[in-house]
Write a protein that binds this ligand. Sequence first.
Ligand SMILES: NC(=O)C1=CN([C@@H]2O[C@H](COP(=O)(O)OP(=O)(O)OC[C@H]3O[C@@H](n4cnc5c(N)ncnc54)[C@H](O)[C@@H]3O)[C@@H](O)[C@H]2O)[C@H](O)CC1
Ligand SMILES: [K+]
Length: 482
Amino acid sequence: MAGYITVEDMRALEANSNYFGVSYGELMENAGKSVAASIISKKRRCSVLVLCGTGNNGGDGFVTARYLRRANFEVFTVLLGHSSGIKPGPTSVNLERLRAVGVDVREIVSPEMLPKEIFESYDIIVDAILGTGVKGTPREPASSAIDLINQSRAYKVSIDMPSGLDPDTGECAKCVKPDLVVTFHAPKKGLEKYNVEVADIGIPEKAMKYVGPGNIRGIKTRGDYSHKGESGRVLIIGGGPYTGAPALSGIAALKAGADVVTIAAPARAADIIASFSPDLIVKPLTDRDILVDEDIECLTPLLARNDVVVMGMGLGDSPRTLAAVSKIMSVCDRIVIDAEALRPDMPLRGIVTPHRGEFKRISGEDASPEELFASETVRSFSESKKIVTVLKGKIDIISDGKLVKFNGTGNAGMTVGGTGDVLAGIIGALYCKNSAFDAACAGTFINGAAGDMAFDDKGYGLVASDVVNMIPYAMKKYRHYL
Ligand SMILES: NC(=O)C1=CN([C@@H]2O[C@H](COP(=O)(O)OP(=O)(O)OC[C@H]3O[C@@H](n4cnc5c(N)ncnc54)[C@H](O)[C@@H]3O)[C@@H](O)[C@H]2O)[C@H](O)CC1
Ligand SMILES: [K+]
């Protein structure tokens, strides 16, 4: 059996499935059909009572009832609630489809209305009252229905999970005690002690392997009650020969949700960077032109005050600078390392964001994107260094040494300079409040999605600052994707 899956992971898969082309309605159709098939494979034609809640678990029940009816079972359906309480979507559609094939669906809104005798007059009872959306102890009329189901001698089948059970923990203040549970896609830890069948409901492989809206929905960023600084403080150590790169990273980090972004840059570059945006705090370092060892003293309090460091972009590669970079890197644990700082002799940590050439420099592996896509090169490199790697390409490859995810957002217009700096800034912002792997996956998806929005707007004329401007729109579009 596949490993256990959590409710949160299932919701992410559902959202990704919808995004990659298999709709909630199709998933529900496959779910209900699989429950009916399981019953038909075990029981000759007989009478079935289907009890449905007002959520999608109930929707699965409506589909199950329709397939059992089609197989000439005698089916009676009870909706525990009023049909007006069903949200528009696959569940309401399937209620109508069930009624359209002539199956009676009685709406029961209070326990007194429950016809107790029917719990003893059907051979099978299908429990489609509550699934992963249960919150707390079952309320009426679900509560009384669960009691009546448990007192019945009928063969009891629970859809997805016994109604009332917490699928992640198995806790159950009051829940159905089924003979069989037909759950979807992968087993849940809370079902360990039940007789469980796992049904494939057609979640596309892309939904599992690629980053999608389902991986964004759980990302923590600025909340309604956040105080200044709570959403993350990012320190960018960059600039010197180049001034645009750290500025792009800094503004991208702000637009991705960081509260405060400080850019530490050599003196000459600092003034220029500060002129790019009033939103950036810029800290000039000691040397006019490059980052040097002497800067480490003044950087130390900044390193302590910030949640995440993003380092590399625009620093240049003078030996004095690289020596300082190595020392700074060795004292940071939440760091995003990009561009010139990506070198094999560096104590790489946190998250690295190489393109193909930089990946060859740090790993010695010069494989084509196709080979890398098909190989486990990135995973094993990440495992060996105990870091998260974002290998940028047409398809980005993200790994923490155990998991591998691909990202398909983005376009050829993003080969323009600076988009890597933007990515590093977005990931740095998300890394303030999320795990390295989640920040890397979500940041890569958002960066590409912002690039796609910029491409829609400007075609191949897009520049990195156009991508930066689209970050809030991309986050808004995909964080509420359900
Ligand atoms: N994961 C998948 O790929 C698929 C899952 N499907 C099915 O969808 C349910 C989850 O549906 P959801 O609408 O999120 O929640 P539920 O139907 O479980 O319940 C929500 C429903 O119940 C009411 N409710 C919540 N708590 C209580 C309570 N303590 N007492 C009474 N009523 C409660 C709430 O108000 C809502 O009305 C999943 O389990 C699968 O069965 C898809 O259909 C197929 C793909
Ligand atoms: K159920």
